[in-house]
Design a protein around this ligand. Structure first.
Ligand code: SAM
Length: 211
């Protein structure tokens, strides 16, 4: 992973320097705050591991500069990864990074969560993308689904009340503290769908098109 981290940072500093995909440019800090912060929640959570083993597919929504999707894809070469990102420039840049890093198990899609249909069983991740209350209701899924939010230290203060009243379609499974060296407190907050909504009339971008 250290070698992967150095190569990743080098691409950001050279080929993609103009894009400002990360503000962290020190190699040790990049390794801790971007790479370890992406993979430790998976390594520490039995629930997350079981979900990924069961579905074999991870969809990362709002991957920005490639986190957590690319470090997870490096860690888990047997799993298929699909990223959904609403900013075209970021989707194109991360496609280039994945190619340069030799990752064969990743597809990066320029789309919005609102337009995306999870038409295959999959595990969904969000890292630093809005609030649980705003994003959970936007997930259009056709199978029972588990969702993992990477959250920061103030999660309970900011969203504690909101998640108590989370809409009836989702159940809170766990709120696990994850220790990441050199970074602030990290929480992995997981939800499970309690029913599968009926289809929508909208034409959607389908997960199955990228598998
Ligand atoms: C703060 S960044 C986090 C990026 C990355 N996950 C990380 O932790 O470094 C949030 C990203 O989510 C994307 N985003 C926000 N709403 C979205 C939506 N509805 N569908 C897809 N991507 C979205 C934004 O374009 C942005 O790149």
């Amino acid at each position: 992973m250290l070698d992967f981290s150095l190569k990743y940072l080098n691409i950001l500093k050279t080929q993609l320097a103009g894009l400002n995909l990360t503000t962290i440019l020190d190699p040790d800090e990049f390794y801790q705050k971007q790479i370890l912060d992406s993979i430790l929640p998976y390594q520490e959570s039995d629930l997350f591991q079981k979900s990924v083993q069961k579905t074999g597919i991870v969809v990362d929504v709002g991957f920005g500069g490639g986190f957590p999707i690319l470090p997870l894809a490096k860690l888990l070469p047997q799993v298929k990864f699909v990223g959904v990102e609403s900013r075209r420039k970021k989707a194109e840049a991360v496609t280039l990074i994945a190619k340069e890093l030799g990752l064969q198990n990743v597809k990066l899609v320029h789309s919005r969560l609102e337009d995306f249909s999870f038409d295959r069983p999959s595990t969904i991740t969000f890292k630093a993308v809005g609030t649980v209350g705003d994003y959970l209701p936007l997930i259009q899924h056709k199978h029972p689904t588990q969702v993992f939010f990477y959250k920061g230290p103030s999660f309970m203060q900011l969203e504690g009340e909101q998640i108590k009243n989370i809409e009836k379609n989702w159940k809170l499974l766990e709120n696990q503290e994850i220790k990441v060296p050199g970074t602030q407190q990290r929480f992995l907050v997981s939800f499970e769908s309690v029913n599968v909504p009926r289809g929508t009339a909208k034409t959607l971008v389908k997960l199955s098109d990228f598998l």
